[in-house]
Design a protein around this ligand. Sequence first.
Ligand code: DAK
Length: 259
Amino acid sequence: MNFTYILVNEQVAEHTALIQLNRPKELNALNLELMGEIRDALKALDENEKVRVIIITGNERAFAAGADIKQMSGKGAIDMLKIDQFSTWDQIKKTKKPIIAAVSGFALGGGCELVMHCDCVVASETAQFGQPEIKIGVMPGAGGTQRLPRAVGKALAMEMVLTGEFISAERALQAGLINKIVPVELLMDETIKMAQKMARNSPLALQMAKESVLKSFESSLSEGLSFERKNFYMLFATEDQKEGMAAFIDKREATFKGK
Ligand code: DAK
């Protein structure tokens, strides 16, 4: 896959693909083109049967410093409405396979919102998270006011959104925004390790489990439980369930085929 603003490796490790944001001079500021490329890459990787888990990363200095302020600065409300730039990210929400963010440096504004679209987050000790839109006269517009309080609670979300101050990886871990902190030089290795632990499982079970956890944010407890139960029963229609349980009983490694 050839893109201008991202690099894609469909097999960075077994069953694992990598999308790397690649606008280093602009700290991976998310212009329209870059966002469109993320959407297209995710769609292609979601359809690629060899891929079970997707990693999104930036570089050591920045995961992404937010939407491209220079591209947005001259726009009016109707331009923004028409462009609706973050609607391209509905594809991230629709991606069935697990997505892990590997974050070093700045994850700000739309960059922090991109992190929160991912399912798990591995951060280096240099990572900083923030919603600084308030400092440039606007506010988060791609989920920051909704996903952040769900992730870190109201008090910290309010503080971040209203002051625009960044939080460290340590604080983000305490607050539940990220899964783990690793030394910067081990960021990719550790993220791949997490991806491999996921990727060795049945891809169908992975997808249904992800879908069920996400359902908990959008439904009542009883609706969520009923959705979960149906997905659980549905997995008994798969060869992977037969294989997984047989392998347990035979005391051997399961070989899952995604069938
Ligand atoms: N946009 C454009 N360029 C950026 C950028 C950004 N967000 N962030 C950094 N850059 C550029 C800088 O302008 C600079 O470019 P040159 O001057 O060299 O040409 C280069 O990257 C290096 O940045 P600095 O020189 O500033 O580097 P420092 O280490 O001094 O500072 C920083 C790093 C990350 C603290 C600083 O660059 C910074 O504060 N950046 C802006 C962070 C920010 O405010 N992010 C939020 C952006 S607003 C929407 C929904 C959501 C959104 C938009 C639309 N819809 C629903 C339609 C989201 C909005 C946002 O994310």
